[in-house]
Design a protein around this ligand. Structure first.
Ligand SMILES: Cc1ncc(COP(=O)(O)O)c(C=O)c1O
Length: 422
């Protein structure tokens, strides 16, 4: 994003032009920035641990165009459901380029996951016997909860530790692999995903050490090697203005060091190191453009926009911060203002007293920063307010990669029984 003479542009294209051409609310992704983010992580980690592979967590931003960018860069896909596996397949990612890390799976999920031939990453020991009813995969991985997790929005996206719903308790891990080995499974991986948006570089080697102690013990006891160990995602980005970002160099160096040391300590044949970052690639490469439609002065002054919590739910759901810019007015005097969406919910307040340009008016465009991760993917329809359009900017050009929803989309799949029609 660039601001020149107060005018905001993304990927060299003025947001005013994008809004005029595609309407608002509009998600805009900067392809060059996504690729740059991916390459930074890949190059930094391979410098310290060359046998390194990444799987993009599709849930973060599931537009096939984005998943294709990841595939072109060399990433596989981490999928949470069968439909995400199908999405990965639709862009050419299959077999061991896909990791299935769903939780609390149905029998259908298990059967279809197995038939798809992807790497199965089981969230619980109880899934194994259910899976074996449908077949015996060549390789299996278990998701371990090493007892500790963290995030930048508290428990909301802390995915490990005693209060998390994910993963096997450390005391179950050896038994899980013992059962898998006894069932004839020959190849093994191990996985964890302990939290999202972590900007503390030392966190990554710390949790790696926890996982390696659990897995190392299991490997030693059962005499099995782990082909890969997947440390999950979690590489954080700064959301607050002036917030310090992740020291990626330190995170990679210290994590690789811990990984090597622990592999040697437990006599493991050096496993491949896998990771599944997502936010780090697309978070700061995505922007949400909205329009100010109405301003009221009641008990206080409130700026009403078309970017409700159904369009970007993170502020209402997690209380998370997103910086908001106003096109054409960034250098203007500021006042503490409230800004909201159009939903009939009082949680649809983005901010209650944010310093925004005091002369913000109807028709102005607002641009929300860091909207690429868990933005569109977590959006929904409510109050007849529908999902936004998505655009990819690249080489000074903008392509529509998802059309805005219409009334037909809102009523699609609904049926009114005959007795209600008279
Ligand atoms: C299993 C799994 N892997 C990877 C990720 C990506 O995490 P992040 O966006 O924090 O890198 C997630 C996100 O929740 C996840 O559930």
């Amino acid at each position: 994003m660039n601001i020149a003479n107060d005018k905001i542009s993304v990927g060299g294209i003025p947001v005013a032009d994008l809004a005029q051409r595609f309407g608002t609310p509009l998600y805009v992704y900067d392809e060059a920035k996504i690729r740059e983010n991916y390459r930074r992580v890949y190059q930094t980690f391979t410098k310290y641990y060359p046998d390194f592979e990444m799987f993009y967590a599709v849930k973060c931003c599931n537009n096939p165009a984005i998943v294709n960018i990841m595939r072109q860069e060399g990433a596989g896909a981490d999928c949470a459901s069968v439909n995400e596996i199908l999405l990965a397949k639709s862009v050419g990612l299959t077999g061991e380029k896909v990791m299935f890390s769903g939780n609390f799976l149905s029998d259908d999920d298990i059967r279809q996951g197995l038939e798809s031939g992807v790497i199965f990453n089981l969230d619980d020991i109880s899934i194994l016997p259910r899976l074996l009813k449908f077949g015996t995969p060549e390789m299996i991985s278990f998701r371990v909860n090493p007892g500790y997790g963290k995030s930048n929005v508290g428990e909301y996206v802390t995915n490990a530790g005693p209060n998390a719903k994910f993963g096997l308790h450390p005391s179950q891990v050896t038994e899980a692999y013992r059962q898998a080995k006894a069932a004839g499974i020959k190849r093994f991986g191990a996985h964890m995903m302990t939290g999202s948006c972590i900007t503390d570089a030392d966190y990554f080697p710390f949790v790696t050490g926890l996982l390696m102690d659990i897995i190392g013990q299991t490997g030693k006891e059962l005499g099995i090697d782990f082909e890969f160990i997947d440390l999950g995602g979690g590489l954080g980005i700064p959301y607050q203005v002036g917030e310090e970002g992740l020291d990626l160099e330190r995170a990679a160096m210290k994590t690789a060091e811990m990984f090597r040391t622990k592999s040697a300590e437990y006599g493991l044949k050096p496993p491949q190191l896998k990771m599944e970052p997502a936010r780090y690639f697309v978070g700061n490469a995505g922007y949400l453009i909205g329009t100010v439609h109405s301003i009221k002065e009641s008990y206080k002054k409130i700026i009403g926009t078309d970017i409700g919590m159904n369009v970007l739910c993170r502020p209402a759901m997690y209380g998370s911060y997103h910086h908001i810019y106003v096109d054409g007015k960034e250098s203007h005097d500021r006042a503490a203002l409230g800004l909201c969406g159009q939903l009939c919910e009082n949680t649809d307040f983005w901010v209650k007293d944010r310093q925004l340009p005091a002369d913000i008016q109807e028709g102005d465009l607002v641009v929300v920063e860091n909207a690429g991760a868990y933005g569109f993917g977590m959006s929904y329809q409510y109050n007849g307010r529908l999902r936004a359009a998505e655009v990819l900017v690249h080489d000074g050009q903008a392509d529509l990669i998802r059309a805005r929803e219409t009334f037909e989309d809102m009523v699609r799949h609904t049926t009114v029984p005959a007795h209600l029609k008279g």
